[in-house]
Design a binder for this molecule. Structure first.
Ligand code: MG
Length: 339
């Protein structure tokens, strides 16, 4: 009997409206996917669609219907299953990532082992996670810094005409390490002008200073040698990495972009082969989505897995972030349960 697929939309609410350079929201519709095998064992995954990459909860539901005929007869055929999904629907990474996570969860549960253990990873090597401060008024940003007191690293969203003021507000409120994400919101001139300002405020690295199509500009920002440059929107899958080598210092992997856990592992290996830093990020997600990404964090240098911590109604319990430190579940599969 083939696997049975069910999908349910969950509306996540953020504690504060979450705003970045290209806008924001406070309601995030994600899709909880369950695959049930003939013995009634369930594998769970989550699709965390982003309109920037052309997905919504509704497109995820449509795409899941198209992917359903490609579910594997044997859930252990992970490589074959993911290849079949990507062949059937080359885009729509969030929808495919949900099925990939659900299959890995199911396999781990059948083998009674957590996914990180199937991959031979040491959970003690998981990095600390940063916590993101979205765009807001100075007063609200100070409040958010106070609320993030348990997180040792902050990620600040920039790409506005008041970036210097935002940095000053944050730096006046905390001594913590700061990372900056411009979400493609700067021009070349603006990015280069911002570099000494970022340096002055003790920023560790800058993420996606320019639009992804301006790789030459991104490389020019990096050549200034002021701060490491990490790309997110410029890097979707492993085959994007060779052309980025030499132009950037690192990449930010997200399951909603790359479409599968195995593709995420390929991205880690490809980036390492090019001597690049590897970071893992997320969308606004529940702990189910976050936990799928958390399982490979022992392989990465930096993590920004605060998506569930930014929500007010997380329906799941899985990987936790304890004083900033990512703690992987020890239960089989993804190790996620309902709250
Ligand atoms: Mg980013």
């Amino acid at each position: 009997m083939p696997l049975k697929l069910s999908a349910e939309v969950i509306t996540l609410k953020t504690k504060h409206p979450f705003v970045i350079a290209r806008g924001g929201d406070e309601d995030y519709r994600v899709v909880w996917v369950r695959l049930t095998d003939r013995d009634g064992v369930e594998g769970w995954g989550e699709a965390d669609p982003s309109r920037y990459y052309g997905e919504t909860a509704d497109t995820v539901l449509t795409v899941l219907k198209r992917l359903e005929p490609h579910l594997p007869r044997d859930p252990f055929d992970l490589e074959g299953a993911e290849a079949a999904f990507a062949h059937a629907v080359p885009q729509n990474g969030a929808a495919r990532a949900a099925l990939s996570a659900a299959l890995h969860d199911l396999v781990g549960k059948r083998l009674n082992q957590p996914v990180w253990r199937l991959w031979g990873l040491d959970p003690a090597r998981a990095p600390r996670s940063s916590f993101t401060i979205g765009l807001d008024t100075p007063e609200k940003m100070r409040q958010k810094v106070a609320e993030a007191s348990a997180f040792p690293i902050l990620k600040i969203k920039l790409g506005t005409d008041r970036d210097e003021q935002i940095l000053r507000t944050i730096r006046d409120a905390t001594d913590k390490p700061i990372r900056v994400d411009a979400n493609a919101g700067w021009t070349r001139e603006r990015a280069i002008a911002m570099l000494p300002v970022l340096k002055e405020y003790g920023v560790e690295f800058v993420e996606q200073p320019l639009p992804p199509e301006d790789l030459e500009g991104i490389a020019a920002v990096r050549r200034k040698g002021v701060l490491p440059v990490v790309v997110d929107e410029s890097c979707i899958v492993a085959t994007d990495i060779p052309r980025l080598a030499g132009a950037v210092d690192g990449i930010n992997i997200k399951l909603a972009k790359c479409g599968s856990l195995r593709e995420a592992l390929r991205m880690v290996a490809t980036a390492r082969a090019h001597g690049m830093l590897v970071m893992v990020g997320c969308m606004i997600e529940s702990s189910l989505g976050i936990t799928a990404a958390a399982h490979f964090t022992p392989l990465v240098d930096a993590a920004d897995l605060d998506g569930a911590a930014l929500t007010a109604n997380d329906p799941f319990v899985g990987a936790t972030i304890d004083g900033g430190q990512i703690r992987l579940p020890r239960e089989p599969g993804l190790g996620v349960r309902r709250r």
